[in-house]
Design a protein around this ligand. Structure first.
Ligand SMILES: *[C@@H]1O[C@H](CO)[C@@H](O)[C@H](O)[C@H]1NC(C)=O
Ligand SMILES: *[C@@H]1O[C@H](CO)[C@@H](O)[C@H](O)[C@H]1NC(C)=O
Ligand SMILES: *[C@@H]1O[C@H](CO)[C@@H](O)[C@H](O)[C@H]1NC(C)=O
Ligand SMILES: *[C@@H]1O[C@H](CO)[C@@H](O)[C@H](O)[C@H]1NC(C)=O
Length: 391
């Protein structure tokens, strides 16, 4: 039902997206540069206006005076009725991240979006390595959904895969997909974002959209497998049910409040995003506990864990590379979310790796999984007195 409401809501947005006829000041430039080179910016009007347009360039950020040696950096003028582009070239003397802002006193020119954040780095080699590292973790995380689907298919069973984890996971990725799609494709959300976070770039790229939608589909397939294959007596725990009902009800209520403009749309998508963060922190707990109770990781794909771990390590690596290259450590030390979430995921992966290889290594045999609990307990005690007690 919420999905239907969402579709209606999104359709409204498309219809309401009005076309303003005001001429806009537009900036074109790359967003990454190397120290010692020029930062090259091109500025033009979306349509010519009948007055001269004086354009001023300002630099915002505490690195401005080091990088460009100016805060009010340049002035140029677009003649009346002209569609020419202005070129601004600024030499970058140091590394860092700053925002460049253009404005004008000309009436009837909209310069609300005439800014961009640029990064000046030490080395283009690091930029390339960081780019490659980015694709590695993107691929590892995307592929990480497949081993579980394969394991289920091969065993024709989902015994050992925790349903609470699946319920939380699909909710998290659905919420995250809606957040990404709204901010990437809908101008009304983008406007709300720009009004609230002045001079910030929309934090969603196309590959975020691709990743999250793909994750929803693959988690969906895994859930469908739970209906088809042997699942023993597994079900969603009451705790998970209550949590999911709360998360979805809140999402539904906020959707209605946002659609009726009681709360801002931005607030609604940020609810989804924060709910997703909370889920990311919680989602592995039920599976880890379940493995511990069963004294086995059979049915929980270690391939999934290893790929998730690889992705996590490479994403941290990219954060360090970029922080060094642009001498900006705010992603790691300033803003807990990205770094903290990465660390939490990696910690759970390490726990799963220990459970799989160190604690319950003898349970490789698929049959052993189907033996009932009392027999399992006996074999466990016979086979593994030493290690088992430690886990
Ligand atoms: C420019 O155009 C606006 C309307 O588009 C008009 O009101 C104004 O008088 C014009 N100004 C000049 C200097 O032609
Ligand atoms: C640009 O113009 C503004 C006023 O419009 C002035 O304060 C500033 O000093 C000028 N900057 C340069 C680099 O000329
Ligand atoms: C700018 O205007 C000229 C003629 O006025 C036209 O030939 C040219 O295509 C225009 N350029 C752009 C980018 O609109
Ligand atoms: C342009 O930006 C500068 C610096 O942020 C500000 O001092 C100035 O008032 C702005 N001018 C206009 C017309 O908004």
């Amino acid at each position: 039902m919420w999905l239907k409401l969402l579709v209606i809501f999104v359709l409204f947005d498309v219809i309401l997206a009005s076309s303003e006829s005001q001429s806009k000041l537009i900036v074109k430039a790359a967003d990454s540069y190397i120290v010692g080179k020029n930062v090259h910016l091109e500025v033009y009007l979306s349509e010519p206006v009948n007055v001269t347009v004086p354009v001023s360039l300002f630099c915002k950020g505490n690195k401005c005076t080091k990088i460009f040696k100016c805060e009010s950096c340049n002035n140029q003028t677009i003649p009346a009725n002209s569609n020419e582009s202005l070129i601004f070239d600024l030499e970058a003397f140091d590394v860092g991240i700053v925002t460049l802002i253009f404005n004008t006193t000309a009436p009837g020119v909209d310069f609300k979006r005439a800014y961009l954040t640029i990064s000046v780095g030490h080395s283009s080699l690091i930029v390339i390595i960081s780019y490659v590292v980015g694709w590695i973790y993107f691929s590892a995380w995307s592929i990480s959904f497949y081993p579980q689907v394969w394991t289920n298919y091969k065993r024709k069973s989902v015994v050992g895969l925790n349903f609470d984890f699946l319920g939380l996971n699909i909710t998290g990725f659905l919420f995250y997909s809606i957040f990404n799609i709204c901010l990437k494709f809908y101008p009304s959300y983008q406007d709300a974002y720009h009004n609230y976070f002045k001079y910030s770039k929309i934090p969603v790229e196309l590959n975020d959209v691709g990743f999250s939608v793909h994750a929803v589909i693959l988690t969906g397939i895994t859930i469908i497998q739970c209906f088809i294959y042997e699942r023993g007596n597994q079900r969603l725990s009451y705790t998970a049910r209550i949590l999911l009902v709360l998360l979805w009800s809140a999402a539904g209520v906020m959707l209605i409040l946002a659609a009726t403009q009681v709360i801002s749309k931005l607030f609604y998508v940020y609810y989804l995003s924060y709910a997703k963060l909370g889920i990311t922190i919680l989602k592995y707990t039920p599976q880890a506990w379940y493995n511990f109770k069963r004294k086995s990781t059979v049915g929980w794909s270690i391939g999934n864990v290893l790929l998730d771990f690889t992705g996590g390590i490479f994403s941290l690596l990219q954060m360090f590379l970029d922080s060094y290259n642009y001498d900006d450590w705010s992603n790691i030390f300033g803003n807990f979310t990205k770094f903290g979430l990465g660390m939490i995921s990696i910690s759970f992966d390490i726990l799963f790796i220990l459970q799989h290889y160190a604690c319950y290594p003898h349970k490789k045999d698929e049959e052993s999984d189907l033996i009932d609990d009392s027999v399992q307990t006996n074999t466990k005690q016979l086979n593994n007195e030493g290690i088992i007690n430690k886990c």
